[in-house]
Design a binder for this molecule. Sequence first.
Ligand SMILES: [Zn+2]
Length: 434
Amino acid sequence: MGRRLRHVLSLSSQSIFIILFLFTSFSPANGKTNLTRPSFTPINRDLYHNSDSLMEEISALVHRHPHKLYMETIGSQNKGYRAEMTVVTYCLNRTEIDDKLKYRVLLSFGQHGRELITSELALKILSILSEEQFLPDMDPIILKGTLERLVIKVVPMENQNGRKLVEEGDLCERRNGRGVDLNRNWSVDWGKKEKDYDPYEENPGAAPFSEPETQMMRKLCLSFEPHIWVNVHSGMEALFMPYDHKNTTPDGSPSQRIRLMLEKLNHLHCKDNCVVGSGGGSVGYLAHGTATDYMYDIARVPMAFTFEIYGDGTASLKDCFKMFNPVDHTTFNLVLNEWSAAFLAMFNMSTHQLDELRSKTSDSDKLVSTEDYMNGYLMEMTNRYGKKEEVLELGMQEIRTYFRLFVLSSVLLMFMFCSRISKSSRPIVSGMPL
Ligand SMILES: [Zn+2]
Protein backbone atom coordinates (compact mmCIF):
# COMPACT_ATOMS: atom_id res chain seq x y z
CA MET A 1 0.00 0.00 0.00
CA GLY A 2 2.11 2.89 1.25
CA ARG A 3 0.04 5.78 0.06
CA ARG A 4 2.32 8.27 1.73
CA LEU A 5 4.04 7.78 -1.56
CA ARG A 6 1.41 9.88 -3.18
CA HIS A 7 3.91 12.66 -2.94
CA VAL A 8 6.70 10.85 -4.65
CA LEU A 9 7.77 11.81 -8.07
CA SER A 10 5.37 11.09 -10.88
CA LEU A 11 6.41 9.11 -13.95
CA SER A 12 7.28 12.19 -15.95
CA SER A 13 8.84 14.07 -13.07
CA GLN A 14 10.99 11.09 -12.19
CA SER A 15 12.26 10.96 -15.76
CA ILE A 16 13.16 14.64 -15.49
CA PHE A 17 14.83 13.90 -12.18
CA ILE A 18 16.94 11.14 -13.76
CA ILE A 19 17.96 13.44 -16.63
CA LEU A 20 18.82 16.22 -14.17
CA PHE A 21 20.81 13.79 -12.08
CA LEU A 22 22.78 12.58 -15.07
CA PHE A 23 23.36 16.16 -16.11
CA THR A 24 24.54 17.33 -12.70
CA SER A 25 26.64 14.20 -12.15
CA PHE A 26 28.56 14.29 -15.35
CA SER A 27 28.72 17.94 -16.30
CA PRO A 28 32.20 19.26 -15.61
CA ALA A 29 32.32 21.59 -12.60
CA ASN A 30 35.59 23.49 -12.36
CA GLY A 31 37.06 20.91 -14.71
CA LYS A 32 36.12 18.00 -12.43
CA THR A 33 33.32 15.40 -12.74
CA ASN A 34 30.67 15.69 -10.04
CA LEU A 35 30.35 12.23 -8.47
CA THR A 36 27.45 13.05 -6.14
CA ARG A 37 25.53 9.89 -5.25
CA PRO A 38 21.96 9.66 -6.57
CA SER A 39 19.24 10.33 -4.01
CA PHE A 40 17.48 7.13 -5.06
CA THR A 41 18.71 3.56 -4.76
CA PRO A 42 18.78 1.42 -7.91
CA ILE A 43 17.52 -2.18 -7.86
CA ASN A 44 20.15 -4.34 -6.20
CA ARG A 45 20.74 -7.07 -8.78
CA ASP A 46 22.81 -9.11 -6.33
CA LEU A 47 19.64 -9.65 -4.32
CA TYR A 48 16.73 -9.33 -6.68
CA HIS A 49 15.84 -11.37 -9.75
CA ASN A 50 14.52 -9.59 -12.75
CA SER A 51 10.97 -10.67 -13.52
CA ASP A 52 11.94 -13.10 -16.31
CA SER A 53 14.61 -14.88 -14.28
CA LEU A 54 12.29 -15.10 -11.26
CA MET A 55 9.60 -16.77 -13.34
CA GLU A 56 12.18 -19.07 -14.93
CA GLU A 57 13.40 -20.12 -11.51
CA ILE A 58 9.86 -20.81 -10.36
CA SER A 59 9.18 -22.78 -13.52
CA ALA A 60 12.30 -24.90 -12.98
CA LEU A 61 11.29 -25.53 -9.37
CA VAL A 62 7.84 -26.68 -10.45
CA HIS A 63 9.34 -29.06 -13.01
CA ARG A 64 11.60 -30.60 -10.37
CA HIS A 65 8.55 -31.38 -8.19
CA PRO A 66 5.74 -32.54 -10.47
CA HIS A 67 4.19 -34.62 -7.71
CA LYS A 68 3.60 -31.53 -5.56
CA LEU A 69 3.51 -28.53 -7.86
CA TYR A 70 2.02 -27.55 -11.17
CA MET A 71 1.95 -24.31 -13.02
CA GLU A 72 -0.37 -22.64 -15.49
CA THR A 73 -0.21 -19.33 -17.29
CA ILE A 74 -3.42 -17.46 -17.93
CA GLY A 75 -3.95 -14.42 -20.11
CA SER A 76 -6.60 -11.80 -20.69
CA GLN A 77 -6.93 -8.62 -22.69
CA ASN A 78 -9.10 -5.57 -22.88
CA LYS A 79 -9.03 -2.73 -25.42
CA GLY A 80 -5.65 -3.70 -26.80
CA TYR A 81 -4.05 -4.15 -23.39
CA ARG A 82 -2.92 -7.70 -22.63
CA ALA A 83 -1.77 -9.19 -19.34
CA GLU A 84 -0.55 -12.62 -18.34
CA MET A 85 -0.35 -14.29 -15.00
CA THR A 86 1.33 -17.43 -13.76
CA VAL A 87 -0.40 -19.51 -11.10
CA VAL A 88 1.47 -22.23 -9.21
CA THR A 89 -0.60 -24.83 -7.37
CA TYR A 90 0.79 -26.81 -4.46
CA CYS A 91 -0.66 -29.99 -3.02
CA LEU A 92 1.50 -32.35 -0.97
CA ASN A 93 0.07 -35.24 -2.92
CA ARG A 94 -1.29 -34.08 -6.27
CA THR A 95 -3.74 -36.96 -6.53
CA GLU A 96 -5.64 -35.38 -3.61
CA ILE A 97 -5.92 -31.98 -5.23
CA ASP A 98 -9.72 -32.12 -5.56
CA ASP A 99 -10.28 -33.35 -2.02
CA LYS A 100 -13.09 -31.12 -0.77
CA LEU A 101 -12.00 -31.58 2.83
CA LYS A 102 -8.77 -29.71 2.17
CA TYR A 103 -8.58 -26.01 2.87
CA ARG A 104 -7.79 -23.85 -0.12
CA VAL A 105 -5.33 -20.98 0.13
CA LEU A 106 -4.86 -18.24 -2.47
CA LEU A 107 -1.79 -16.00 -2.20
CA SER A 108 -1.02 -13.06 -4.44
CA PHE A 109 2.35 -11.34 -4.62
CA GLY A 110 3.55 -8.38 -6.65
CA GLN A 111 0.21 -6.67 -7.16
CA HIS A 112 2.11 -3.40 -7.03
CA GLY A 113 5.06 -3.22 -9.42
CA ARG A 114 7.57 -1.52 -7.14
CA GLU A 115 7.19 -4.04 -4.29
CA LEU A 116 9.82 -6.46 -5.62
CA ILE A 117 10.46 -8.14 -2.29
CA THR A 118 7.00 -9.70 -2.31
CA SER A 119 7.71 -11.81 -5.41
CA GLU A 120 10.99 -12.95 -3.88
CA LEU A 121 8.94 -14.14 -0.91
CA ALA A 122 6.70 -16.11 -3.29
CA LEU A 123 9.77 -17.96 -4.59
CA LYS A 124 11.00 -18.58 -1.04
CA ILE A 125 7.65 -20.01 0.09
CA LEU A 126 7.47 -22.26 -2.98
CA SER A 127 11.01 -23.47 -2.28
CA ILE A 128 9.98 -24.38 1.26
CA LEU A 129 6.79 -26.08 0.10
CA SER A 130 8.82 -28.15 -2.36
CA GLU A 131 11.23 -29.02 0.48
CA GLU A 132 14.24 -27.64 -1.34
CA GLN A 133 14.65 -25.14 1.48
CA PHE A 134 13.96 -25.47 5.17
CA LEU A 135 13.36 -23.03 7.95
CA PRO A 136 15.11 -23.41 11.27
CA ASP A 137 12.82 -23.77 14.28
CA MET A 138 10.10 -25.34 12.17
CA ASP A 139 8.85 -28.70 13.44
CA PRO A 140 8.73 -30.88 10.29
CA ILE A 141 5.95 -33.10 11.67
CA ILE A 142 3.66 -30.18 12.52
CA LEU A 143 4.48 -28.59 9.17
CA LYS A 144 3.65 -31.76 7.25
CA GLY A 145 0.44 -32.16 9.28
CA THR A 146 -0.61 -28.66 8.23
CA LEU A 147 0.46 -28.86 4.60
CA GLU A 148 -1.30 -32.15 3.90
CA ARG A 149 -4.58 -30.40 4.73
CA LEU A 150 -4.05 -27.60 2.19
CA VAL A 151 -4.16 -26.82 -1.49
CA ILE A 152 -2.26 -23.60 -2.08
CA LYS A 153 -2.40 -21.45 -5.20
CA VAL A 154 0.37 -18.88 -5.51
CA VAL A 155 0.37 -15.98 -7.96
CA PRO A 156 4.02 -14.93 -7.69
CA MET A 157 3.73 -11.77 -9.79
CA GLU A 158 0.21 -10.46 -10.28
CA ASN A 159 1.27 -7.27 -12.02
CA GLN A 160 3.90 -8.40 -14.53
CA ASN A 161 3.44 -5.38 -16.83
CA GLY A 162 3.82 -2.88 -13.98
CA ARG A 163 6.86 -4.74 -12.72
CA LYS A 164 8.47 -4.38 -16.17
CA LEU A 165 8.04 -0.60 -15.94
CA VAL A 166 9.82 -0.63 -12.59
CA GLU A 167 12.66 -2.67 -14.08
CA GLU A 168 12.93 -0.18 -16.90
CA GLY A 169 13.65 2.56 -14.35
CA ASP A 170 10.34 3.85 -13.03
CA LEU A 171 11.06 2.67 -9.51
CA CYS A 172 7.98 4.36 -8.03
CA GLU A 173 5.44 2.71 -10.31
CA ARG A 174 2.85 0.66 -8.49
CA ARG A 175 0.08 0.52 -11.11
CA ASN A 176 -0.37 -1.90 -13.98
CA GLY A 177 0.98 -1.47 -17.50
CA ARG A 178 -1.64 1.15 -18.35
CA GLY A 179 -1.71 3.14 -15.15
CA VAL A 180 -4.44 1.48 -13.08
CA ASP A 181 -3.94 0.53 -9.44
CA LEU A 182 -4.90 -3.14 -9.28
CA ASN A 183 -5.76 -2.80 -5.61
CA ARG A 184 -8.42 -0.17 -6.34
CA ASN A 185 -10.05 -1.90 -9.30
CA TRP A 186 -12.36 -4.26 -7.34
CA SER A 187 -16.05 -3.68 -6.79
CA VAL A 188 -16.46 -3.04 -3.05
CA ASP A 189 -16.82 0.73 -2.63
CA TRP A 190 -15.11 1.15 -6.00
CA GLY A 191 -14.13 4.56 -7.28
CA LYS A 192 -14.65 6.54 -4.10
CA LYS A 193 -11.93 9.14 -3.85
CA GLU A 194 -10.56 10.66 -0.70
CA LYS A 195 -9.61 14.36 -0.54
CA ASP A 196 -5.94 13.65 -1.17
CA TYR A 197 -6.59 11.27 -4.09
CA ASP A 198 -3.62 11.06 -6.45
CA PRO A 199 -4.17 9.23 -9.75
CA TYR A 200 -0.47 8.41 -9.94
CA GLU A 201 -0.95 6.22 -6.91
CA GLU A 202 -4.55 5.07 -6.86
CA ASN A 203 -6.22 5.30 -10.26
CA PRO A 204 -9.13 2.84 -9.87
CA GLY A 205 -9.66 2.33 -13.62
CA ALA A 206 -12.69 3.04 -15.81
CA ALA A 207 -14.95 0.61 -13.93
CA PRO A 208 -14.69 -2.21 -11.40
CA PHE A 209 -12.79 -5.10 -13.02
CA SER A 210 -11.82 -2.99 -16.02
CA GLU A 211 -8.32 -4.47 -15.88
CA PRO A 212 -7.35 -7.90 -17.25
CA GLU A 213 -5.24 -8.62 -14.17
CA THR A 214 -8.19 -8.01 -11.82
CA GLN A 215 -10.49 -10.05 -14.05
CA MET A 216 -8.08 -12.99 -13.94
CA MET A 217 -7.73 -12.79 -10.17
CA ARG A 218 -11.50 -12.65 -9.73
CA LYS A 219 -11.99 -15.69 -11.96
CA LEU A 220 -9.29 -17.52 -10.09
CA CYS A 221 -10.93 -16.72 -6.78
CA LEU A 222 -14.43 -17.63 -7.89
CA SER A 223 -13.39 -20.95 -9.41
CA PHE A 224 -11.02 -21.94 -6.59
CA GLU A 225 -13.19 -20.69 -3.69
CA PRO A 226 -10.35 -20.18 -1.22
CA HIS A 227 -10.78 -20.35 2.53
CA ILE A 228 -7.71 -18.17 3.02
CA TRP A 229 -6.65 -15.21 0.92
CA VAL A 230 -3.52 -13.12 1.44
CA ASN A 231 -2.65 -10.10 -0.65
CA VAL A 232 1.06 -9.56 -0.06
CA HIS A 233 2.44 -6.03 -0.22
CA SER A 234 5.30 -3.93 1.09
CA GLY A 235 5.68 -0.35 2.27
CA MET A 236 5.20 -1.03 5.96
CA GLU A 237 4.96 -3.98 8.34
CA ALA A 238 1.37 -4.95 8.93
CA LEU A 239 -1.11 -7.78 9.28
CA PHE A 240 -4.36 -6.37 7.99
CA MET A 241 -7.81 -7.87 8.02
CA PRO A 242 -10.97 -6.35 6.50
CA TYR A 243 -12.05 -3.68 6.01
CA ASP A 244 -9.94 -1.36 3.89
CA HIS A 245 -12.79 0.96 2.89
CA LYS A 246 -13.91 1.73 6.41
CA ASN A 247 -12.39 2.16 9.78
CA THR A 248 -13.73 -1.05 11.36
CA THR A 249 -13.27 -4.80 11.43
CA PRO A 250 -16.25 -7.12 10.88
CA ASP A 251 -18.49 -7.86 13.87
CA GLY A 252 -18.70 -11.22 15.57
CA SER A 253 -16.55 -13.74 17.31
CA PRO A 254 -14.85 -15.24 14.19
CA SER A 255 -13.50 -11.78 13.42
CA GLN A 256 -12.29 -11.36 17.00
CA ARG A 257 -10.54 -14.72 16.87
CA ILE A 258 -8.88 -13.83 13.58
CA ARG A 259 -7.63 -10.64 15.16
CA LEU A 260 -6.18 -12.61 18.07
CA MET A 261 -4.45 -14.90 15.60
CA LEU A 262 -2.87 -11.90 13.89
CA GLU A 263 -1.75 -10.53 17.26
CA LYS A 264 -0.07 -13.86 17.94
CA LEU A 265 1.64 -13.82 14.54
CA ASN A 266 2.78 -10.29 15.24
CA HIS A 267 4.36 -11.41 18.47
CA LEU A 268 5.96 -14.56 17.06
CA HIS A 269 7.22 -13.30 13.72
CA CYS A 270 7.11 -9.51 13.64
CA LYS A 271 8.68 -8.68 17.02
CA ASP A 272 5.43 -6.83 17.79
CA ASN A 273 6.35 -4.27 15.13
CA CYS A 274 3.48 -5.05 12.79
CA VAL A 275 0.36 -2.95 12.71
CA VAL A 276 -2.62 -5.24 13.32
CA GLY A 277 -6.25 -4.55 12.54
CA SER A 278 -8.45 -3.31 9.73
CA GLY A 279 -6.57 -1.88 6.76
CA GLY A 280 -8.80 1.20 6.75
CA GLY A 281 -8.42 1.73 10.49
CA SER A 282 -4.70 1.21 10.75
CA VAL A 283 -2.92 2.35 7.63
CA GLY A 284 -3.89 5.99 8.07
CA TYR A 285 -6.22 6.24 5.07
CA LEU A 286 -9.23 4.45 3.66
CA ALA A 287 -8.74 2.37 0.52
CA HIS A 288 -11.68 1.80 -1.81
CA GLY A 289 -12.08 -1.05 -4.28
CA THR A 290 -9.45 -3.32 -2.75
CA ALA A 291 -8.99 -7.03 -3.41
CA THR A 292 -9.20 -8.05 0.25
CA ASP A 293 -12.53 -6.28 0.83
CA TYR A 294 -13.91 -8.06 -2.25
CA MET A 295 -12.58 -11.42 -1.10
CA TYR A 296 -14.19 -11.04 2.28
CA ASP A 297 -17.42 -9.25 1.46
CA ILE A 298 -18.39 -10.65 -1.94
CA ALA A 299 -16.44 -13.89 -2.48
CA ARG A 300 -16.98 -14.61 1.22
CA VAL A 301 -13.51 -15.91 1.88
CA PRO A 302 -13.63 -16.38 5.65
CA MET A 303 -9.99 -15.47 6.26
CA ALA A 304 -8.96 -12.57 4.05
CA PHE A 305 -5.80 -10.63 4.75
CA THR A 306 -3.36 -8.07 3.44
CA PHE A 307 0.16 -8.60 4.76
CA GLU A 308 2.66 -5.77 4.42
CA ILE A 309 6.04 -7.41 4.79
CA TYR A 310 8.61 -4.64 4.77
CA GLY A 311 8.93 -0.88 4.82
CA ASP A 312 11.70 1.61 5.43
CA GLY A 313 10.05 4.63 6.99
CA THR A 314 13.35 6.50 7.07
CA ALA A 315 13.92 6.33 3.31
CA SER A 316 13.50 9.45 1.27
CA LEU A 317 10.14 9.80 -0.47
CA LYS A 318 12.06 9.88 -3.75
CA ASP A 319 13.75 6.58 -2.99
CA CYS A 320 11.06 4.09 -3.86
CA PHE A 321 13.24 1.02 -4.13
CA LYS A 322 14.53 1.60 -0.61
CA MET A 323 11.13 2.48 0.81
CA PHE A 324 9.57 -0.78 -0.33
CA ASN A 325 12.45 -3.26 -0.51
CA PRO A 326 15.36 -4.30 1.71
CA VAL A 327 18.65 -3.17 0.17
CA ASP A 328 21.19 -5.26 2.08
CA HIS A 329 21.75 -9.02 2.27
CA THR A 330 21.04 -9.39 5.99
CA THR A 331 17.70 -7.60 5.93
CA PHE A 332 16.72 -9.27 2.66
CA ASN A 333 17.24 -12.76 4.11
CA LEU A 334 15.69 -11.83 7.44
CA VAL A 335 12.50 -10.60 5.77
CA LEU A 336 12.20 -13.72 3.61
CA ASN A 337 12.85 -16.11 6.50
CA GLU A 338 10.59 -14.39 9.02
CA TRP A 339 7.70 -13.99 6.62
CA SER A 340 7.96 -17.55 5.28
CA ALA A 341 7.74 -18.69 8.89
CA ALA A 342 4.82 -16.31 9.49
CA PHE A 343 2.92 -17.76 6.53
CA LEU A 344 3.46 -21.34 7.64
CA ALA A 345 2.41 -20.47 11.19
CA MET A 346 -0.65 -18.68 9.80
CA PHE A 347 -1.60 -21.77 7.78
CA ASN A 348 -1.39 -23.86 10.94
CA MET A 349 -3.46 -21.48 13.09
CA SER A 350 -5.97 -20.88 10.31
CA THR A 351 -6.72 -24.55 9.79
CA HIS A 352 -7.70 -24.81 13.45
CA GLN A 353 -9.96 -21.77 13.18
CA LEU A 354 -11.47 -23.06 9.97
CA ASP A 355 -12.18 -26.42 11.62
CA GLU A 356 -14.26 -24.56 14.20
CA LEU A 357 -16.00 -22.45 11.59
CA ARG A 358 -16.73 -25.51 9.46
CA SER A 359 -18.33 -27.31 12.38
CA LYS A 360 -20.60 -24.32 13.08
CA THR A 361 -21.49 -23.15 9.59
CA SER A 362 -24.90 -24.21 8.37
CA ASP A 363 -25.56 -25.11 4.76
CA SER A 364 -27.77 -22.08 4.30
CA ASP A 365 -24.82 -19.78 4.78
CA LYS A 366 -22.71 -21.33 2.05
CA LEU A 367 -21.58 -19.58 -1.07
CA VAL A 368 -23.94 -19.53 -3.97
CA SER A 369 -22.63 -21.79 -6.74
CA THR A 370 -19.71 -19.99 -8.26
CA GLU A 371 -20.26 -21.89 -11.48
CA ASP A 372 -23.58 -20.12 -11.94
CA TYR A 373 -21.95 -16.92 -10.89
CA MET A 374 -19.18 -17.30 -13.42
CA ASN A 375 -21.68 -18.06 -16.15
CA GLY A 376 -23.31 -14.77 -15.44
CA TYR A 377 -26.74 -16.06 -14.58
CA LEU A 378 -26.60 -15.18 -10.96
CA MET A 379 -26.44 -11.49 -10.75
CA GLU A 380 -26.44 -10.70 -7.12
CA MET A 381 -25.17 -12.00 -3.85
CA THR A 382 -26.20 -10.82 -0.46
CA ASN A 383 -23.34 -9.37 1.48
CA ARG A 384 -22.90 -9.51 5.20
CA TYR A 385 -25.28 -6.61 5.79
CA GLY A 386 -28.05 -8.16 3.75
CA LYS A 387 -27.38 -5.62 1.01
CA LYS A 388 -27.41 -6.73 -2.62
CA GLU A 389 -24.11 -6.16 -4.33
CA GLU A 390 -21.84 -7.14 -7.14
CA VAL A 391 -23.74 -7.10 -10.38
CA LEU A 392 -21.99 -9.18 -13.01
CA GLU A 393 -21.69 -7.70 -16.41
CA LEU A 394 -22.11 -11.02 -18.26
CA GLY A 395 -25.68 -11.63 -19.42
CA MET A 396 -27.18 -8.85 -17.32
CA GLN A 397 -28.66 -7.05 -20.27
CA GLU A 398 -30.33 -10.23 -21.49
CA ILE A 399 -31.84 -10.95 -18.12
CA ARG A 400 -33.17 -7.41 -17.84
CA THR A 401 -34.71 -7.72 -21.29
CA TYR A 402 -36.33 -11.07 -20.48
CA PHE A 403 -37.66 -9.66 -17.24
CA ARG A 404 -39.21 -6.67 -18.98
CA LEU A 405 -40.78 -8.93 -21.61
CA PHE A 406 -42.16 -11.15 -18.87
CA VAL A 407 -43.71 -8.20 -17.02
CA LEU A 408 -45.16 -6.78 -20.22
CA SER A 409 -46.72 -10.07 -21.33
CA SER A 410 -48.13 -10.66 -17.82
CA VAL A 411 -49.81 -7.24 -17.87
CA LEU A 412 -51.23 -7.92 -21.34
CA LEU A 413 -52.56 -11.32 -20.30
CA MET A 414 -54.14 -9.83 -17.18
CA PHE A 415 -55.74 -7.12 -19.26
CA MET A 416 -57.15 -9.65 -21.77
CA PHE A 417 -58.36 -11.89 -18.95
CA CYS A 418 -60.12 -9.06 -17.12
CA SER A 419 -61.79 -7.72 -20.24
CA ARG A 420 -63.01 -11.25 -21.06
CA ILE A 421 -64.53 -11.61 -17.58
CA SER A 422 -66.29 -8.30 -17.84
CA LYS A 423 -67.80 -9.30 -21.22
CA SER A 424 -68.85 -12.80 -20.16
CA SER A 425 -72.26 -13.36 -18.57
CA ARG A 426 -71.32 -16.85 -17.37
CA PRO A 427 -69.94 -17.39 -13.90
CA ILE A 428 -66.17 -17.91 -13.99
CA VAL A 429 -66.16 -21.10 -11.91
CA SER A 430 -68.49 -23.01 -14.20
CA GLY A 431 -66.19 -22.40 -17.08
CA MET A 432 -63.48 -24.51 -15.50
CA PRO A 433 -63.23 -28.19 -16.40
CA LEU A 434 -63.85 -30.59 -13.63
ZN1 LIG B 1 1.26 -2.32 -2.31
